[in-house]
Design a protein around this ligand. Structure first.
Ligand SMILES: Cc1cc2nc3c(=O)[nH]c(=O)nc-3n(C[C@H](O)[C@H](O)[C@H](O)COP(=O)(O)OP(=O)(O)OC[C@H]3O[C@@H](n4cnc5c(N)ncnc54)[C@H](O)[C@@H]3O)c2cc1C
Length: 404
């Protein structure tokens, strides 16, 4: 594989690594590090809340899709599918895919006439990269999904295999257990400052007085990524904390069991969850402020979501909301893509941030990529250098168009 000189660095197979943030991304990095054959160092994960009450990971809806517009994102998610189908192929674990509750019903991306060209271009790229995505015109859509209203739909793209959703807790637990079994240590504490010598971080300092020295540090702080960079006194990445609400509803009329995760041209999505459904819709950019609360605005469902749902699926005219939760996207305001690799101002500080709503499915590939960067000094499997943080310093965005 060609090595991109902008993102390589010294190999540090014997590094003492501190990972700040033990969510799915930090735990994946810990797990893949201890599973690297050449790694002889130590891994310490500092997590302020081992119950993950406010973390993004357990608030995710667990989706894995291959339907992205950026080639690297398609590759990353194809690896996620391989990983969840058989984690023990990649890391030492007793777990099987069934433990991750992978429901392989696919995504169904719908496009109006205006969006059909873009959907076609995206699907062409995805197929070129081996994704099993079928294009369905209105007649085929009506036959396959008779409960859909396709009056204003020109095209649909359905992930025939490899896409669906998993249990986010289960993936997090798998990474944590495998990391700990491989020798990683989880420490409960909130990093409140860093010690630095020039452009190197030398230690992370926790609010409880504990100071942990290391050779390499990883920012896996999710929606708090920018705050952590402030604490390290380096330029923060353009990652904002953006609230997303998920509503749970019951529909009186049964819909077929193979219902995929449907993404409407309006951006509204829904998928089955047991005998119910979950759904959501991101607010428009001008009504999407930085936000750290978890309050639910039920009028968002009544006034915005429900009419769109009932338009797309007439059976959804009679539904009952049975629950809701809110969580935060670690939203990359620069180009809605992950930021992975060494911080451009610091020699030993790695970022794994800005996943903008697709970090759960990206965690296996990102965890492996970080482990390779640290141990070998460059990527040895999937080349993720396109997501290098230095693109921000250079003002060169890599825009992902398929953000849900
Ligand atoms: C409603 C919703 C739906 C989503 N749906 C999907 C989906 O379908 N598919 C998908 O792929 N992704 C989805 N996502 C996105 C996904 O959940 C996130 O991208 C992913 O969980 C990010 O993982 P993380 O480990 O980076 O962050 P987190 O899970 O937030 O973990 C970061 C951890 O860092 C800790 N931390 C922060 N600061 C400090 C500090 N100073 N000291 C110590 N610890 C610290 C926090 O306590 C936290 O546990 C969704 C997100 C939301 C909110």
């Amino acid at each position: 594989m060609a090595v991109n000189p902008a993102v390589t660095g010294p190999a540090v197979p014997d590094a003492r690594c501190v990972i700040v943030g033990g969510g799915v991304v930090g735990s994946a990095a810990a797990c893949f590090l201890v599973n690297q054959r050449a790694f002889t160092g130590r891994v310490i994960v500092i997590e302020r809340d081992p119950t993950y009450r406010e973390a993004s990971t357990p608030r995710s809806v667990g989706g894995i899709r291959h339907q992205f517009s950026t080639a690297a994102n398609v590759r990353i998610s194809r690896f996620a599918t391989d990983f969840v189908r058989n984690p023990s192929r990649f890391v030492r674990t007793e777990r099987t895919s069934a433990d991750l509750a992978f429901v392989e019903n696919g995504y169904l991306m719908l496009a109006s006439r205006a969006g059909a060209g873009m959907l076609e271009r995206n699907v062409a790229l995805q197929r070129e990269l081996g994704a099993d995505v079928a294009m369905l015109g209105p007649a085929a859509l009506g036959k396959r999904f008779p409960w859909l209203n396709i009056d204003d739909i020109a095209l649909g793209a359905h992930g025939a295999s490899g896409e669906g959703w998993i249990d986010p807790h289960a993936l997090l637990n798998l990474f944590r257990e495998a990391a700990i079994a491989g020798g990683a240590r989880y420490v409960t504490g909130e990093v409140t400052s860093f010690q630095r010598v020039g452009d190197r971080i030398t230690a992370a300092c926790c609010g409880n007085g504990e100071t942990i020295a290391a050779d390499v540090f990883v920012n896996a702080a999710g929606a708090s990524a920018a705050t952590l960079c402030d604490l390290a006194r380096c330029t923060p990445p353009p990652v904002a904390q953006r609230k997303r609400q998920v509503f749970v509803f019951h529909c009186r009329t049964p819909i077929d069991r193979g219902c995929p995760l449907v993404v409407d041209p309006s951006g509204t999505y829904f998928r089955p969850e047991g005998t119910r459904f979950v759904c959501g819709l991101s607010p428009p950019p001008d009504a999407d402020p930085d936000c750290d609360d978890f309050e639910i605005d039920y009028s968002w469902f009544e006034d915005r979501l429900w009419p769109l749902l009932a338009h797309r699926v007439p059976a959804f005219e009679a539904v009952r909301v049975t629950g809701a939760w809110a969580g935060h996207y670690d939203y990359n305001t620069f180009d809605q893509n992950a930021i992975i690799g060494r911080h451009w101002e610091l020699e030993n500080f790695f970022l794994a941030n800005g996943f903008s709503g697709h970090g759960l499915q990206q965690s296996p590939a990102v965890g492996r990529a970080l482990a390779e960067l640290i141990v070998a000094g460059h990527y040895t499997s999937l080349d993720l250098s396109i997501f290098s943080p230095d693109r921000i310093a250079r003002g060169a965005p890599v825009v992902e168009k398929a953000v849900v």
